[in-house]
Design a protein around this ligand. Structure first.
Ligand SMILES: Nc1ncnc2c1ncn2[C@@H]1O[C@H](COP(=O)(O)OP(=O)(O)OP(=O)(O)O)[C@@H](O)[C@H]1O
Ligand SMILES: C[C@H](N)[C@H](N)CCCCCC(=O)O
Ligand SMILES: [Mg+2]
Length: 214
């Protein structure tokens, strides 16, 4: 199916990239991180590309690769450039496979600004994408999860569901109940993030992903 899936999270560092790799592998989708901020520790695109085993997926080049490990609007300002949403939309159409999904990953969470006026949420709406929300459990995570869910509901963005990272916690069952969004799956903590782990998690996610995307 020629689906557009946007992976957001309750914040930065919550597991969007590892989830993107698992979802991309499960769906033999293409992957695209339109805006990469922070280049010193490698890029999400390189990470996902190194974790895929299938021979179909293409990891497309970022539209903006910015040095500062910061919000896209600030990283762009520091390099005297402006992130243009129209350019992202144009490239999304170019990169969208005909009969396979395009998995896109945002920088940080939903209300991260991409320039001086627009936020990641505005980009999701313009892309007409369906959303996967990645969440981890930590003290304060209920608030972050429910703010994300309520903003998506308020904006009318179609949400596929939640992917939780780490061990199960009762908070996630409560967030599923209060948000009304289904749990797509979980990616347990691992000592080794490699192709084998991603293949294994992709198989575990595949059934629920395909049924929720049908
Ligand atoms: N299930 C997991 N097991 C082990 N390590 C994990 C797991 N999920 C995430 N990590 C690690 O936590 C760190 C942050 O994860 P990740 O890069 O996926 O976050 P992110 O939400 O994509 O961040 P960003 O907003 O920078 O894109 C990474 O070093 C990643 O390897
Ligand atoms: C640097 C790293 N690559 C992150 N994706 C950037 C996250 C920006 C978060 C901005 C914010 O919410 O304050
Ligand atoms: Mg990432």
């Amino acid at each position: 199916m020629s689906e557009r899936i946007f992976i957001t999270g309750t914040g930065t560092g919550v597991g969007k990239t590892i989830t993107a790799a698992c979802v991309t592998e499960a769906l033999a989708a293409d992957y695209w991180k339109p805006i990469q901020t922070g280049l010193m520790e490698g890029t999400d695109t390189d990470t996902v590309s190194s974790l895929l085993s299938n021979k179909v997926s293409v990891c497309h080049p970022e539209a903006w690769r910015l040095q500062a490990p910061a919000s896209p609007h600030l990283a762009a300002r520091l390099e005297h450039c402006t992130i243009d949403m129209a350019r992202i939309l144009q490239l999304a159409d170019q990169y969208q496979p005909v009969s396979r999904p395009l998995v896109m990953e945002g920088a940080g969470g939903l209300m991260v600004p991409i320039n001086e006026e627009l936020f990641t949420l505005d980009l999701i709406v313009a892309l007409k994408a369906r959303v996967l929300i990645v969440a981890q459990n930590y003290l304060g995570s209920i608030n972050h999860a429910m703010l994300t869910a309520k903003m998506l509901q308020h904006t009318g963005v179609p949400v596929i569901g939640w992917v939780f990272g780490g061990d199960h916690h009762s908070n996630e069952d409560d967030v599923v109940k209060w948000s009304g969004y289904p749990k797509v799956g979980r990616i347990p903590l691992t000592d080794t993030v490699d192709k084998a782990f991603v293949q294994q998690q992709a198989q575990l996610l595949s059934t629920s992903l395909h049924s929720l995307l049908a």
